[in-house]
Structures are given as C-alpha cells and as structure tokens.
Design a protein around this ligand. Structure first.
Ligand code: ADX
Length: 183
C-alpha cells in the first residue's frame, strides 16, 4: 500500500501486556521505513530501560511514563517525524494528555492515532510470552494489568484491532489505510 503521508504523526498503541503492541509496532515501523519514512519507536520495555528506569507500576509512575512518551512523541511529530508508541498506557486520562500534547505541537489535525489492541485477556494470558501472567496469578507480580491492576478501555480509539483475529500484515495494512484516511 502506498502512503501519501506528509508531516509528522504519532501512532499510539494501547492494550494489555501480550496484546501484540510490540509485534505490530515493529512491523509497522518496518513498513513505514520501507516507504522512506523516518520513524521513532517508543516501545514500553525499551522506554522503561532507558527513559523510565526508576519507575514502577503504580498509577502515578505509569502516568509519568506515558507523559514522558507523549512528550518525546510530540517533539518527534513537531519536527515532521513519525512516532510509534507501544506501551500498555492503561489510563484514559494519561492517553488523552499524550494526545493533547502531540496535537498541540502538530502542524495540522489528525496527527495522533490511538490504536487500541483489543486482544482479549484470555488470549494474552494464553500467549504469556514473558511468563508474567502466570507469576501474576501466583501473586509473584503485584499490580499486574488486567489481573490485579486496571485497564481502562478507550472510548476515543481511532482504530481497534484484535490481534487474535487478524494477521500481523492485516493489522499493519489497517493502520496504513487509517493513516492515509486521516492525512
Ligand atoms: S505502562 O503501564 O507504564 O504503560 P509499560 O508498557 O511501560 O506499562 O510496561 C509494561 C511491561 O512491563 C509489560 O509488558 C511487562 O513486561 C512489564 N511489567 C512488569 N510488571 C508489570 C505490571 N505490574 N503490570 C504490567 N506490566 C508489567
């Protein structure tokens, strides 16, 4: 699919651990780069290693983590780049704050796409790539999103994708089509 995107945009994923955020984000990143676009990938685990290493998983710390991601994404978009965020971002207000930050910096409308990966908890837990759901069920990980900590389902998602129902390519194509529709 060709892309007629000019200026910056932020693709902001949200969803449970194991919902497919990193997988789709990496595939989208690749798809955009092969179309000559400059991308900045802000993956939750990577951000927590380099930018938010002192933060835990309290609401306050999660909100601060998302605020930092939103700030970086806004700077990227301001300079005409593409920011891809792939963190759980469980709280509605923090997601809206990130959207406001990016949109206030952007040159025109529609520069923040919230992509909700609605993959059901049961599917995420069955995947359990990192073994964290099992640990959370055993009580070895506290405040685990979806098990013992909240996830607020977005009411303002620009796109909803259940990765237990579609392939990675289909998900990426849906996002590229959405980018084309709004830009
Ligand atoms: S967020 O809530 O601040 O957006 P973020 O996406 O950065 O979360 O980090 C989530 C990742 O941290 C998960 O994919 C998982 O690997 C790990 N993790 C460790 N402890 C928890 C926890 N209590 N809740 C959720 N994720 C956790």
């Amino acid at each position: 699919m060709s892309l007629h995107l000019h200026n910056g945009i932020c693709i902001f994923f949200t969803g449970l651990s194991g919902a497919g955020k990193s997988t789709i984000a990496v595939a989208l990143d690749h798809a955009l780069q092969t179309r000559g676009k400059k991308t900045t990938l802000l993956d939750g685990d990577v951000v927590r290693t380099h930018l938010s290493s002192e933060l835990g998983f309290s609401r306050e710390h999660r909100d601060l983590n998302i605020h930092r991601i939103g700030f970086v994404a806004a700077e990227v978009v301001k300079h005409g780049g593409i920011a891809i965020s792939a963190a759980i971002a469980p709280y509605d207000s923090a997601r809206r704050q990130a959207r406001a930050l990016v949109e206030s910096n952007a040159v025109d409308e529609g520069r923040f796409l919230l992509v909700y990966l609605s993959t059901p908890l049961a599917a995420c837990e069955a995947r359990d790539v990192k073994g964290l759901y099992a640990k959370a069920r055993r009580g070895e990980v506290a405040a685990f999103t979806g098990i013992s900590d909240p996830y607020e389902i977005p009411t303002d998602a620009d796109l909803v994708i259940d990765t237990s129902q579609v392939t990675v390519d289909e998900a990426v194509n849906a996002i590229l089509a959405k980018i084309n529709a709004v830009t």
